[in-house]
Each structure stands twice: as C-alpha cells, then as structure tokens.
Design a protein around this ligand. Structure first.
Ligand code: HEM
Length: 508
C-alpha cells in the first residue's frame, strides 16, 4: 500500500519536474528572440522562469510611479528600449520618442489591450465591458462600426447639443460649492461626481441627480466596479486566484447587478421613445439608436457594455485633470489671474456659454493642455503584435510582444519639453513652436486614440470656467502646494486637491 502511494507520489513529482523543465526550455527559446534588446540581468536558478516579476514588484507599488521605475531601468541599462520578462509574457518597453508613431498608427498589426478581447469583457465572471464593448474590441468590424458611430457622436459639431446639459451640471456644481461651510474642500471626489453625471446625462440621457443626491447607490456601485477593474488590470495573475480579493469581487458582483438591472429598463425606455421620435436630445444614445449597425446587430446589453466603457474611460480621467488644473492655478496665481480675466471677458454678464464662447477660452485651454502634458491620467499604453513578427525601423519585435509606450515619459522628456516639470501654458500659446508629431499624447494617437477628447475638453472648459466665474480661490496653505500622486491604472492625486472657495458675488 505504502509502496503504491510512494510510487504515485514519485510519478506526480516526475511529471511536475518534466513540465517545469519543458516550460523553462520553451521560455528560454522565447526569450532568446529578444537577445538583441537590452534587459535587466536575470540570475540563472530555480526561479529564473518568473523573470523580472519579483524585482518589479519590489520596485513598483501604489506609492511609486511605475513610469519612474521604467525610467530608472532605462537609465541603468543606458537604453531607451528594453525588455522585461514576467513568466511567459514579454514586455517590450519603448521609451524612444520616435517608434510609437509607427506602432500607434498600425492598429491592425499592433492590437489593443491584451490582444485578446476577453481580458476585460468579464471580470470574475461578471459582464462589465461585455464581449463587444468598444474598448475591449481588438480591431474587428464591430469596433470599426462602433468607432464610426462614436466619432460622429463626439464630433466637435455634435457637441453643441450637449453644451446645455454640461452647463446645467456646472451650475449645480457652483450651487453645491457655495453651500459648503468648510474652509477648504477636496474638489477631486466632487469632480468625480460631476464627470459621472456628465457621462450619464450627455452620453445616455440618464438624468440622475448625482451631485446633490443623498442616494449614492450608483456612485458606490461604480466605485466598486472601478476598484475591481483596476485590480484585475494591475494584479491580473493574483486576481485569478479564487481566495484573493474576495471582498472586492463580492462588491463587484453586487454592483454590476445593480447598474445593469437598474439601467436596463430605463435604457430600454429611452430607446423606445427615441425610436418613436419622442426624445429629441442628441446624446450618444441618440447616435447609437440611429445607427443601423446597432439596430441590426446589437441589443440593450451591448448598449450597457458601452455605457460601462464610457463611464470608466470618461469619469476618472476628466476628474483628475480638472482637479489638477485647479491645483496649478493655486500654485501659479499670475496664471490664475489671466484665466479669470479671460473668463470674465468671455462670459461678459451672461449666465451661460455658447459653443463659440467656449472657443474663446483660449488661455484656459492652454492651461488644461499643459496640465495634461505634465500629468496625463493614462501614463502609458499597451499594444500587442499578436499575430506576426514585425520590424519597426531597425527594431525586430517578435510576435506576441506586449509593447508599452509611455506618454508621460515622452511628455516629460527634457529634450523635447525644456524644463519639463515647470507649468508653462505658453508652450501651447499662439507663438509657441509647432509641436513635433507624437510628442504630445495625453489622448494617445492613431485610430485607437481617445474618442472622447473633444467631449472631455469641452466639459473641462465648461466646469472650470464656471468656477472662475463664480468663485475666488482662497490663498492656499503652503502644505497643499505639493500633490503626491498615486498610480492605480490612472495617475491620480493621492490625498485629493483641497481648495478654499469664496463666492465672487460677495466681493463683486
Ligand atoms: C481628460 C480626459 C481623458 C483622457 C486623458 C483620456 C485618455 C485616453 C487615452 C490615452 C486613450 C487611449 C488608450 C490607449 O491607447 O490604449 C483613450 C481611449 C478612449 N477614451 Fe478617453 N480620455 C479622456 C476622456 C474620455 C471621455 C470623456 C470619454 C467618453 C465619454 C472617453 C472615452 C474613451 C474611449 C471609448 C476610448 C477607447 C477608444 C477606442 O478604443 O477606439 N475618454 N482615452
């Protein structure tokens, strides 16, 4: 009996050993293809197959910016481009400013995300972005059709239909702030509410009163979905283990159900009333419903997938930038004074803006662009050449390389942007030299660039100009003039952005 057990045990050990040897040999040949690219030294030994996983883990944590670590490695290796191995995944980090142009414009070879659309479609078995949600599509016909619909919905000319809704939200924001009693207020979570309400209303005609409502069901549900999405993205291997992140996974399940079930009926009603021409708001839903492609091929669950995509892509990003623009205003009073003068001139004595007037907020736009340069919320992007080996210029890129490019590193490159950490809106002024292509990429570039960029820019101008119109910002506590950032997928202000507002009516 014991012999049988021992034999069985030895057999299992033998098979595991064989699998381990086989895995290592396969990895050796896979990694050998990258011999021409610099890479941090890997000690031979039993954990060689884990690659740089452990050393990266000890260097990257929520307190450090992962782009700083990438820069450090690049300096250690004295090479702009290098490769990192984590088990059987090969990350090619491209920090030279020229190669991204060729990768980003070739979206058929260099696919988005993990190159496999199921990466974020279902998170822990819950349908989040769905199988055909825009951001998870990897270059198929579905993405192409959706992108055309969304490009039309987000076109500069279509945005005039949404301006009124944005203005409405900005007035609510102003009222909300004027009612606050505290001396300083953390504006970042408030901007999250503002951005969420903007996407819900302008995108999907859902008039939830998110800023004022005491019912935080939707906000809380989205928070849970954000957290789980970020964890899955950042700790994907750990996330697969059933005993890991149990609390977050349970919250995700509950929250996805809340959002899907509470919005499904309402979206269905909107779809019916828009089809019957009873709803003349030209929001994203309007374009979605009018597009034959959606009518023929997709159902309300697909529309919900896109709703998730837009909320996740368009809420935190915009809120981060709006909060940081205000931070830079506090830090640079002379810049703030110029913005204030411009806002007063553009509004005159009117209550509201027109699209033409927002176009005249030129200096404010420069400030937003400069904030996006120093702090692009998405610090980096990934592409995968899933199907073939490719040579870009002289760089041979083996098939199945995960290629990481960092807009943050490019936008802080002192050779391109002198004195890069200095906030200087004039870099984008009328007299500034022309930008070299692909050196300013807060919304990325190429066919998979941000579809919501004009929408976001308009939203940010409307909200921030409203705050300048209605409030003075109190002199900040010098302690608040440094903002530590943390990176959890996006780079965000770790402790928020605290600002004191005084109603301008009181001083006028
Ligand atoms: C300041 C605000 C924003 C920033 C900095 C930003 C940045 C980005 C970036 C860098 C990408 C490309 C990611 C990649 O290449 O992998 C992207 C894609 C995308 N963004 Fe934004 N975004 C912002 C606001 C918005 C808004 C407001 C929306 C919609 C309401 C939106 C919707 C999307 C969508 C749908 C995609 C995927 C496009 C595709 O794959 O075809 N974004 N965004």
């Amino acid at each position: 009996m014991l012999d049988k057990f021992l034999l069985g045990f030895l057999f299992v050990v033998f098979i595991l050993l064989l699998a381990y040897i086989w895995f290592n040999i396969a990895l050796y040949f896979k990694r050998k293809k990258y011999a021409h690219i610099a890479s941090p030294h890997l000690k031979p030994g039993p954990v060689w197959c884990l690659g740089h996983g452990f050393s990266l883990r000890s260097r990257i944590n929520p307190e450090t910016c992962f782009t700083d670590v990438m820069k450090e490695i690049s300096e250690e290796l004295q090479s702009d481009n290098f490769v990192l191995f984590v088990l059987n995944i090969n990350f090619l980090v491209i920090l030279d400013p020229d190669t991204p142009a060729k990768i980003l414009t070739n979206h058929r070879t260099f696919l988005k995300m993990g190159g496999k659309k199921e990466t974020m479609s279902y998170i822990d078995g819950n349908r989040v972005f769905g199988e055909r949600g825009m951001v998870v599509e990897v270059g198929s016909d579905v993405w192409y059709h959706k992108r055309r619909v969304m490009d039309a919905a987000f076109h500069k000319n279509s945005l005039k239909d949404l301006l009124g809704q944005m203005e409405d939200i900005s007035k609510k924001l102003s009222l909300y702030l004027s009612e606050q009693k505290q001396e300083t207020i953390d504006i970042y979570p408030i901007f999250i509410k503002v951005a969420l309400e903007t996407v819900c209303r302008c995108g999907f005609n859902l008039n939830d009163d998110i800023i004022f409502s005491n019912d935080t069901l939707l906000i809380d549900a989205f928070k849970d979905i954000f957290i789980a999405t970020q964890l899955k993205f950042q700790c994907c291997l750990q996330f697969m283990l059933p005993w890991q992140f149990r609390k977050e996974k349970a919250a995700l399940k509950k929250s996805v159900n809340i959002v899907r079930s509470s919005l499904k009926q309402r979206l269905n009603d909107k779809i019916v009333s828009q089809k019957e021409d009873k709803d003349d708001v030209k929001d994203m839903l309007h374009y979605i419903i009018s597009a034959n492609f959606y009518q023929e091929k997709l159902d309300v669950e697909d529309v919900l997938d896109d709703f998730f995509v837009f909320v996740i892509a368009g809420t935190e990003t915009t809120a981060i930038v709006m909060a940081l623009v205000l931070f830079y205003m506090l830090k640079n009073p002379e810049v703030a004074a110029k913005v204030k003068a411009e806002v007063d001139e553009v509004y005159e004595d009117e209550e509201s803006l027109t699209l033409e007037k927002t176009n005249n907020l030129v200096y404010l736009e420069q400030c937003i662009k400069e904030t996006l340069r120093i702090h692009p919320p998405a610090q980096a992007t990934l592409r995968v050449n899933w199907n073939e080996d490719v040579t870009v210029d002289d760089l041979f890129i083996p098939k199945e390389s995960y290629i990481m490019m960092s807009q943050e590193i490019t936008q802080r490159n002192a050779e391109i942007w002198p004195d890069p950490m200095n906030f200087d809106p004039d870099r984008f002024g009328p007299d500034a030299p022309r930008l070299k292509p692909f050196t300013y990429l807060p919304f990325m570039a190429g066919p998979r660039s941000c579809v919501g960029r004009h929408f976001a820019m308009l939203e940010m101008k409307v909200m921030i100009s409203r705050l300048f119109r209605d409030f003075d910002f109190l002199d900040p506590d010098p302690k608040l003039l440094h903002i530590p950032m943390k990176t959890v997928v996006t780079a965000k202000p770790k402790d928020g952005v605290k600002i004191g507002f005084r109603n301008r009516d009181a001083t006028r």
